[in-house]
Design a protein around this ligand. Structure first.
Ligand code: FES
Ligand code: FES
Length: 152
């Protein structure tokens, strides 16, 4: 075991786990942060997506040792107090979620996409690999376009 310190949703945290423990398990089982979901564990479904230094990563394949000193943001850290992040608000406005299981990963990936590209093309949206068994892809596309159109 060794200690790993990083910023989690603006708060400094230190965990004592082996270097190769994946971030998803540290978040869920050690730190009790359950927004990131376990779907496949092999970087296929993307349900575990969070931001590391503002870039979307799949936490099921990210060793905790690789985020030392970095900023980790989960769905729990997106809102500003009572004010939802614009992506969260668009998801609500357009009624995107069905069962909801995949949605934290979907939202975090879209937040990462919009940080990299303010006005993503249809091809950029097509390249999103997050899986949704409920088939909310059409509404996700509409919500992304709504947020992008409202961005300054
Ligand atoms: S749980 Fe990480 S990609 Fe599926
Ligand atoms: S909303 Fe059910 S899996 Fe995506």
């Amino acid at each position: 075991m060794s200690q790993h310190t990083f910023q989690l949703n603006g708060r400094r945290v230190t965990v004592d786990v082996d270097d190769d423990v994946r971030l998803l398990w540290v978040l869920r089982d050690v730190l009790g942060v359950h927004g990131p979901k376990y779907g496949c564990g092999i970087n296929v479904c993307k349900a575990c997506t969070c931001l590391v230094n503002n870039k979307a990563v799949q936490t099921c394949v990210t060793p905790v040792s690789s985020v030392a000193g970095k900023r980790v943001t989960t769905i729990e850290g997106l809102a500003d107090g009572d004010t939802l992040h614009p992506v969260q608000q668009a998801w609500l406005d357009l009624d995107v979620p069905q069962c909801g299981f995949c949605q934290p990963g979907q939202i975090m990936n879209v937040v990462g996409l919009l940080k990299a590209k303010r006005n993503p093309s249809d091809a950029d949206i097509d390249a999103i690999e997050n899986m949704c068994r409920c088939g909310t892809y059409g509404r996700i596309r509409q919500a992304i376009k709504k947020v992008a159109a409202a961005m300054p």
